[in-house]
Write a protein that binds this ligand. Structure first.
Ligand code: CA
Length: 295
């Protein structure tokens, strides 16, 4: 048994988000993008000035990724959208979910071929009501997985041949064989099992050594796992609802971590006044540059 080390993350932005989520580094402006899902907000945090700019996209915003042609691609309430520039309006490029479906988009990420993957969940978290979709560069949409309950973190191994995926309700991080050329997934298997008392697995990111960082909703921590699924490190936070993480900064050595406050009671909020904040930790490990959407 190798030893599990622990560290702590520090608050960098007292954002008071309801549901802070989906951090992703935008190297074009040196900005940390993140979303407040329930407040319909895209945030752009500048670590150099500590200024956090908010863009109201006017609807539920599950996830954001950088777009190679400029601006961003968005996982919105019922489909995929593009924001060509911060002051441009949101363009809905693919409506996926019919009105009244009771489901909406959640976490997402881009693969090495420039596709944007994002999954869904039901408003009432009904079991198996969600799915995993992929927006192709030509803006067509494929549905890759059914019977998902709370679709969350997605990232890929260093060699690009494995996709890691979280359906939070399973308490697992799963692995799929991944074919970058066709964008197909196969051979689903469990990689990491999170004990219920450790929280729900939520967002994740893979670092430059191929290790996985997994945010734990209700677990007050981010865990780092080896590619074989064994726990290597724990980063603790002073808030319980830890939602997602990514690497950022010019050197990609800062781990940024988002959090939420909306499910906390007044007593819990008093006990964790930094809930909804943006946190940072320098683990001595470098992250990878996020893939942009190529559509
Ligand atoms: Ca999430």
């Amino acid at each position: 048994m190798s030893e599990v080390s622990t560290a702590e993350a520090a608050l960098v932005l007292d954002a008071r988000a309801e549901l802070g989520e989906g951090p992703v580094w935008d190297e074009r402006g040196g900005l940390l993008l993140w979303v407040d899902i329930s407040r319909h907000e895209l945030h752009r945090f500048d670590p150099a000035s500590s200024v956090d700019e908010t863009i109201d996209v006017g609807q539920h915003l599950g996830a954001v990724a950088v777009r190679a042609a400029g601006g961003y691609v968005l996982a919105l309430e019922r489909g995929f959208g593009v924001l060509e520039a911060p002051d441009a309006g949101v363009e809905l490029v693919a409506e996926v979910l019919p009105g009244g479906s009771g489901t909406r988009f959640n976490d997402g990420a881009c693969d090495s071929a420039g596709r944007f993957w994002a999954g869904t969940y039901a408003d009432d978290e009904a079991e198996g009501a969600g799915a995993l979709y992929c927006l192709e560069p030509d803006r067509s949409v494929r549905r890759l997985l059914d019977s998902v309950t709370i679709s969350n973190g997605i990232d890929w191994s260093l060699d690009g041949r494995t996709m890691y995926y979280v359906d939070s309700s399973t308490q697992r991080v799963d692995a799929f064989d991944f074919d970058a050329e066709s964008g197909s997934i196969a051979n689903r298997r469990a990689l990491i099992e999170i004990p219920r008392e450790g929280g729900l697995p939520d967002g994740l990111t893979v670092d430059a050594e191929g290790f996985l960082w997994v945010a734990l909703w209700g677990g007050s921590a981010v865990h780092r796992y080896r590619p074989d699924g064994s726990l290597e490190r724990i980063v603790r936070l002073p808030v319980s609802l830890v939602t997602s993480c990514c690497f950022g900064g010019a050197d990609l050595e800062d781990l940024y971590i988002t959090s939420a406050a909306y499910e906390l009671t007044p007593e819990q909020l008093a006990a964790e006044p930094q809930a909804g904040g943006l946190f940072r930790h320098r683990p001595g490990v470098r992250g990878r540059r996020p893939n942009p959407y190529r559509g």
